[in-house]
Design a binder for this molecule. Structure first.
Ligand code: CO
Length: 303
């Protein structure tokens, strides 16, 4: 009686295990597949103010190439923070995304952690808006597990010095020491505008004839013009302190109109030579943004 019972018991036990294995194996395989497809699927989102100048957009391709070289195999996408630029491009038939749209698309495409890199120059209004968007998406249930944001270009005193050195090293070879370098920053009513006079001081310390003025705030061109005249400087190289040589560089700085920087300084007897090259065209400057992206990338969780 007993041996029979035992054998029957063993038999049903084995059957139960086999059934369990049969049931669990496909489930485990499914889970593994699911895990491989989604867990740890990370992406990079590059975010610029944007530009409506088509030729200036080529610069973005260079930043993208630098990003892909530093983070091989990682999905790299773009977003523009300026609604005005996005709408202008849309009218020309070019579809661009806001940071929120790009993050939503990444989530939809199965990415769960995103390192966002700001290609702005200073942590001003545009950067704060981007940070705000990223924070709202970070950890949003069933959307994205995590979103980190890399700092803009001038994020710390060492960054500022590094950028100033890089820009001075890239100054046109034809420029003579007695000729001025006038960097054109954007300028903003935001408190981060304080970085511009700070940058001007660093430029001056590294090169006695290097100046900085902004288009929309202080220091302005009038103050630089006064200094150039006091020093008896007869020639100035105008260089954008902006990521791309877009509308401001082409029109406000180098334009033929009477109120452009070149025209204004020209009337003051200072011959101007504009350099229509954005900061993103200099690998030594792009490297600073890439180091900030590395920090954002390293901050992403592993699972
Ligand atoms: Co502007």
């Amino acid at each position: 009686m007993l041996p029979v019972f035992r054998s029957r018991w063993r038999c049903s036990w084995l059957l139960a295990i086999s059934l369990l294995v049969c049931l669990l194996l496909p489930l485990a395989a499914l889970a593994a597949e699911h895990g491989a497809g989604l867990a740890g699927k990370k992406a990079i989102l590059l975010v610029s103010f944007g530009t409506s100048v088509q030729s200036a957009q080529k610069v973005f391709a260079k930043i993208e190439a630098a990003t892909k070289a530093r983070f091989p195999g990682v999905e790299v996408r773009w977003a523009f923070t300026s609604k005005m630029i996005r709408h202008k491009l849309a009218r020309q038939g070019q579809v661009t995304l806001s940071p929120a749209q790009a993050l939503a698309n990444l989530a939809e495409d199965g990415f769960d952690r995103v390192a966002v890199q700001s290609l702005h120059i200073i942590p001003g209004e545009e950067f704060e808006g981007l940070q705000d968007t990223a924070q709202r998406f970070s950890g949003m249930p069933k959307v994205l597990k995590q979103v980190t944001v890399g700092q803009p270009l001038l994020a710390s005193p060492p960054d500022m010095r590094r950028v100033a050195q890089a820009m001075l090293a890239q100054a046109p070879a034809e420029r003579k020491p007695q000729e001025a370098l006038v960097f054109m920053g954007h300028g903003t009513p935001h408190q981060a505008n304080a970085l511009y006079p700070a940058m001007a001081a660093i430029f001056k310390e590294l090169d006695a004839n290097a100046f900085l003025a902004t288009v929309e705030a202080k220091p302005d061109l009038a103050s630089v013009e006064k200094e150039l005249q006091q020093r008896g400087i007869k020639k100035a190289w105008l260089i954008p302190l902006m990521s791309v040589a877009g509308d401001h560089a082409r029109n406000d700085m180098a334009g033929k109109e009477a109120d452009s920087w070149a025209s204004q300084l020209g009337r003051a007897g200072i011959a101007c030579q504009p350099v229509l090259k954005g900061m993103a065209e200099y690998p030594s400057v792009v490297a600073v943004w890439m180091d900030h992206l590395q920090e954002a990338w390293d901050g992403l969780g592993k699972d």
